[in-house]
Write a protein that binds this ligand. Structure first.
Ligand SMILES: Nc1nc2c(ncn2[C@@H]2O[C@H](COP(=O)(O)OP(=O)(O)OP(=O)(O)O)[C@@H](O)[C@H]2O)c(=O)[nH]1
Ligand SMILES: [Mg+2]
Length: 607
């Protein structure tokens, strides 16, 4: 099969086009450096290859390095039939710099190039145009004006790409084409001659920037937006969560009421519905979180937030470029570590990777939620504007962030050696109305991933816990079960937190995956409680009398602990050695334990 490369400036819409042409679901967002790895997918009878964006053929960051090395390799070794180079019509000059370099490199190797001039809808919106015909003539290669978002011009482009893959020679320009020029100068000239006048576009953008980037207002807006993020997890998701909870308990009653009492029924009620079911209750929150992060990304605000935070972040040894990886870390540490590739400075990138595990990922969300529901009553604060639970949630996330900054600052001072620093440069993407469909798809996918996890990891651990907790004496005899015996052995570890062995077991099990905590606890309470007790897990834990001090200690433990094998594996891949993930695991486990003990003492003292 023949392949076509899709290259171009960051944030020009390559991945969206790639998704539209191939039907895959590659991440798209409104800031530079979203794609950090090369992705391939089939397009008709051919292969399309989506590249990380680059500003020039002289890379400055790791993602650019990957793109440029691979680009050179693909072209020099003739591994592709042609190149599709993306131009952003709203930032024509910037996108032409790389495009001209890429064009020259490809044509010199006899690989044909076609250009797609994207975002034409935005140009049209302000009543402007681009002189496509003359641009095409001067470039000497085909230019297709398109709007990927509005699916305009995609048919024609698809046909052209199909032909490019089958008969590449048709797209080779006349041999007289002069390619000897300075790309920066030439990009400027071409833009001046044929580009759109984007002043009108910029005027609104600048007005928004004056607000969001101004000292005081910008700072207040930043805090409010972040607060809103956590509020919404609680307020928007709650009706959905109640729905899922009601559904699970209805299903549980429906399926088990026909069964006669016995091991099988106990298994269904305790392990399947009590364990896995109580974990599913938290899926809506994960969807809301993913949706809101997506909303922030797509609006263009994230890049501004990076600028606002740059000072504070760089004082702690990381950089404004770390903001986006950190925020992605709220969803999951793995993509966050990949996103850190956009950080040009190796030292700051390493520190970011090391501290990403402190960002509260969505796997912690069920754990936080459960304990917050148990400990904190749904009181309204600030005249009903905020919900106390949302505030505590915000606090937990903030604790993770503060811990990350402190750890980074310490490591930067004492452990990680200094290297030559690279300046912080970030192209601000335009403010844009988010397109909702991909965001909704993304949050549905996040839910699917979670449910899938419930189907394997969570299920396996839950069943194991149930078996150990049920036998040899059956339901209601958790204390004397095998699990109980095991629990007694580890009880002393958690005694300083005044947590009994059941919590100890749930914490240990959660080193497999954090969410297992909820499922495991659900199973144990299920075995222990009478069958008729179908109340939600939170109600059961509350009735069991979890104290404020122990609960808070648990929360702090989960904020700080690094309980995720996949994160460690990716960390190893990204830093290229075993030492760092091993130290991180040990370090964060100790930090979490000590943090929990201190919290317990403090809360006991003051409460
Ligand atoms: N208005 C408008 N927005 C578009 C169009 N095409 C893409 N976008 C938006 O542009 C942003 C960037 O799109 P991506 O596909 O992630 O860009 P990319 O070139 O892959 O970016 P990197 O992976 O960072 O190099 C997203 O917010 C898209 O929704 C278009 O034709 N019109
Ligand atoms: Mg991309």
């Amino acid at each position: 099969m023949s392949s076509i490369l899709v290259v171009g400036k960051p944030n020009s819409g390559k991945s969206l086009l790639f998704n539209r042409l191939t039907g895959v679901n590659q991440k798209v967002a409104n800031f530079p450096g979203v794609t950090v790895e090369i992705k391939t997918a089939s397009f008709r009878k051919h292969i399309l290859i989506d590249f990380p964006g680059t500003y020039s053929l002289d890379p400055i960051s790791k993602d650019e390095q990957i793109a440029v090395d691979q680009f050179v390799d693909y072209i020099s070794n003739k591994r592709v039939k042609g190149v599709l180079c993306m131009l952003d019509s709203t930032r024509l000059e910037r996108s032409l710099v790389f495009a001209l370099q890429a064009q020259k490199f490809a044509l010199e190797a006899d690989v044909p190039v076609v250009f797609a001039l994207n975002m034409m809808d935005e140009i049209a919106r302000v009543g402007e145009t681009v002189d496509v015909e003359n641009l095409e003539r001067d470039l000497g290669c085909k230019v297709y004006a398109i709007s990927t978002r509005q699916r305009q011009g995609l048919e024609e482009l698809s046909e052209a790409l199909d032909t490019l893959a089958t008969d590449p020679e048709l797209f080779l320009p006349a041999s007289t084409l002069d390619l000897d020029f300075d790309p920066v100068v030439r990009a400027h000239q071409l833009h001046a001659k044929y580009g759109a006048n984007v002043d009108r576009l910029l005027r609104t953008q600048n007005r928004l920037d004056r607000f969001f980037l101004s000292g005081i207002m910008g700072g207040i807006a930043f805090v409010l937006i972040m607060l809103l993020l956590f509020q919404s997890i609680f307020t928007w998701a709650v009706p959905l969560m109640d729905g899922v909870e009601a559904g699970v308990s209805w299903l549980s009653q429906f399926t088990t009421s026909h069964l006669s009492d016995g091991v099988f029924k106990d298994f269904l009620v305790d392990a399947v519905f009590g364990g896995v079911g109580s974990f599913l209750v938290f899926v809506p929150q994960i969807m809301v979180l993913t949706f809101i992060i997506g909303l922030l990304e797509d609006s263009g605000y994230l890049a501004r937030a990076s600028v606002i935070c740059h000072r504070a972040l760089s004082a702690a040894g990381v950089s404004g470029m770390s903001f986006v990886p950190y925020l992605s870390g709220f969803a999951c540490a793995i993509p966050a570590m990949f996103a850190a590739r956009t950080i040009a400075s190796p030292k700051r990138r390493l520190l970011t990777i090391l501290t990403i595990p402190l960002m509260s990922c969505s796997a912690r969300l069920p754990v936080y939620s459960l304990i917050v529901l148990v400990l904190i009553p749904p009181t309204k604060v600030l005249g009903g504007l905020l919900d106390m639970r949302g505030v505590v949630f915000f606090g937990l996330y903030m604790l993770g962030i503060v811990a990350a900054l402190v750890v980074s600052a310490m490591l930067s001072k004492f452990a990680v050696k200094n290297e030559e620093d690279v300046p912080f440069i970030l192209e601000l993407p335009p403010y844009r109305l988010p397109s909702f469909k991909p965001l909704i798809e993304r949050s549905i996918n996040s839910a699917k991933a979670f449910v899938k996890k419930a189907g394997n990891v969570i299920f396996v651990v839950t069943v194991l816990v149930w078996v150990l907790g049920y036998f040899p004496n059956g339901a209601g005899n958790l204390e004397s079960s095998y699990l109980g015996m095991l629990g007694r052995i580890i009880e002393p570890i958690f005694a300083p937190l005044d947590l009994d062995w059941r919590y100890g077991v749930a914490i240990l099990a959660s080193f497999v995956a954090r969410e297992v905590f909820v499922g495991t606890l659900g199973t144990m309470f299920g075995i222990d409680g009478a069958d008729e007790n179908i109340a939600g897990l939170a109600a059961n834990v509350q009735a069991d009398g979890l104290s404020m001090a122990s609960g808070m200690a648990l929360l702090v433990f989960y904020v700080l602990a690094l309980q995720c094998a996949s994160t460690l594996a990716v960390m190893r891949k990204e830093v290229g050695n075993n030492r760092i993930p091993v130290y991180s695991f040990i370090g964060y486990s100790l930090l979490a334990y000590v943090g929990a003990v201190i919290t317990f003492q403090l809360v006991t003292l003051f409460a």
